[in-house]
Design a protein around this ligand. Structure first.
Ligand code: CAA
Length: 389
């Protein structure tokens, strides 16, 4: 029996900053962000949107399509938690009116969390094939203004229905992991902005890729030629090129040309290039981008997946795209969402950046911006108030 991704939905905030504008404000050559990092736009969540509303907006199409009837496990992966105690999954559980028989928990390991959730859900469904699970990954990537990480900021959410006989991607049982206690990127509880040792983090990402890949290769007996397309965790899209080149070097293959890289990776990078880093959602945003936009029918193709979470936890795994997968995608919805986005100017971006949540425990109603199907409407006595629109 195959188990894997049956539905796959992505959500990004309605507002964005063009990175040419950020480069101009920072006095940086415009090509550094667009060509050097491979990023064009960063998604900026308005003040009445957070990981809960983004994840609920990503999941709603799956629920509306009837994907919640047999649901008994909801795992929400995020490193932008809204509460030290209560799982963000429970807020989503309420907004989506999920059955009280459905477990709801939160999971964290930087950008790797959704992969841990996916693997647990696959094992869960394999043991209970008549049930399904909903995996959410949502984050707001935030660094200090004027730091090297600033142009890689972003926001977005992914929702995946995990089921037996999936319509989109059957997950292979083999995997290779690499875990190591390192300080390449972290976000202390007392800070809103992440701290990162940027160049070091890219080296750890690549070293962990080789280690995870070697273990995957030993477990599966597959070589790089087994994958029609690879998808990588995308802190910025040029990282995927570095990753693919490193895999070629590890396999003793000639370096891919820029044309090879574009052909193999191009379709998986389009969405992330326009949202920035979405941390827990990032790898799966790349997968949605590939499946939604690749003109070639990928039915029957094996896809390699590399998940990396700083700190660090890495996993290389794979899946087989199912024939007819396009009918289970939300490609038109994603296209309409990107087409309807609103551009911010630099000052609007910085104004939103500086807004902070009140901490006085009073009554606060937030101004209404354009959000998805839900909004973070305010605070009352330290409780978050959410609204369905
Ligand atoms: N035209 C074209 N290219 C240019 C250019 C120009 N005018 N100016 C610079 N470049 C190129 C550089 O040559 C470089 O390319 P190569 O890597 O191929 O050499 C690229 O642009 C970036 O330039 P720098 O390395 O000088 O950039 P930087 O040091 O200012 O910042 C960064 C890069 C360290 C990755 C920074 O963006 C950062 O700290 N980002 C956040 C951390 C991060 O994303 N880490 C990734 C691994 S960790 C992870 O994956 C987890 C996660 O999600 C955070």
């Amino acid at each position: 029996m195959n188990v894997g991704i049956d539905r796959l939905s992505f959500y990004a905030p309605s507002y964005f900053l063009d990175l040419h504008k950020l480069a101009a404000a920072r006095g940086v050559d415009k090509d550094k962000y667009v060509l050097g990092l491979g990023q064009e736009r960063m998604a900026v969540p308005p003040p009445d949107e957070d990981v809960v509303t983004m994840a609920a907006s990503a999941a709603l199409p799956i629920v509306e399509a009837g994907g919640a009837g047999d649901l008994d496990l909801l795992i929400f992966a995020t490193e932008t938690g809204v509460d030290q105690s209560k799982a963000a999954a429970l807020f989503v559980h309420g907004l989506l009116e999920l059955p009280s028989s459905c477990r709801a928990i939160e999971m964290k390991e930087a950008c790797y969390g959704a992969t841990a959730a996916l693997q647990l859900a696959c094992a869960w469904v394999a043991a209970h094939p008549e049930r399904s699970a909903l995996i959410l990954g949502a984050d707001i990537a935030r660094y200090d203004l004027r730091s090297p990480g600033e142009p890689t900021q972003g926001a977005g959410a992914i929702a995946m229905r995990i089921a037996a006989n999936p319509r989109i991607l059957a997950i292979d049982p083999e995997h290779g992991v690499h875990a190591e206690d390192v300080m390449d990127f972290w976000r202390p509880n007392y800070r809103e902005e992440a701290l990162v040792d940027g160049q070091y983090s890219t080296r750890v990402y690549l070293a962990s890729l080789v280690s995870a890949w070697e273990r995957y290769r030993a477990a599966s007996g597959r070589g790089l030629d087994a994958f029609r397309r690879p998808c990588f965790h995308l802190p910025f899209t040029r990282m995927a090129e570095k990753a693919q080149m490193r895999l070629h070097r590890a396999a003793g293959l000639p370096a891919p040309t820029p044309e090879d890289l574009q052909r193999i990776l191009g379709d998986s990078l389009g969405y992330n290039r326009n949202t920035g880093n979405t941390y827990a959602a990032s790898l799966y945003e790349g997968l949605v981008s590939l499946l939604d936009t690749c003109p070639e029918d990928l039915g029957g193709a094996r896809v390699g997946l590399y998940s990396y979470g700083s700190g660090c936890m890495a996993e290389f795994f794979s899946g087989v795209v199912q024939p007819g997968y396009r009918e289970a995608l939300f490609a038109a919805r994603h296209r309409a969402m990107f087409d309807a986005r609103i551009e911010l100017d630099y000052q609007q971006y910085e104004d939103i950046f500086h807004l902070a949540l009140p901490k006085d425990g009073g009554e606060h109603a937030f101004a209404q911006y354009r959000t998805g199907s839900f909004r973070f409407a305010g605070l009352s006595q330290h409780k978050r108030i959410y609204e369905a629109l």
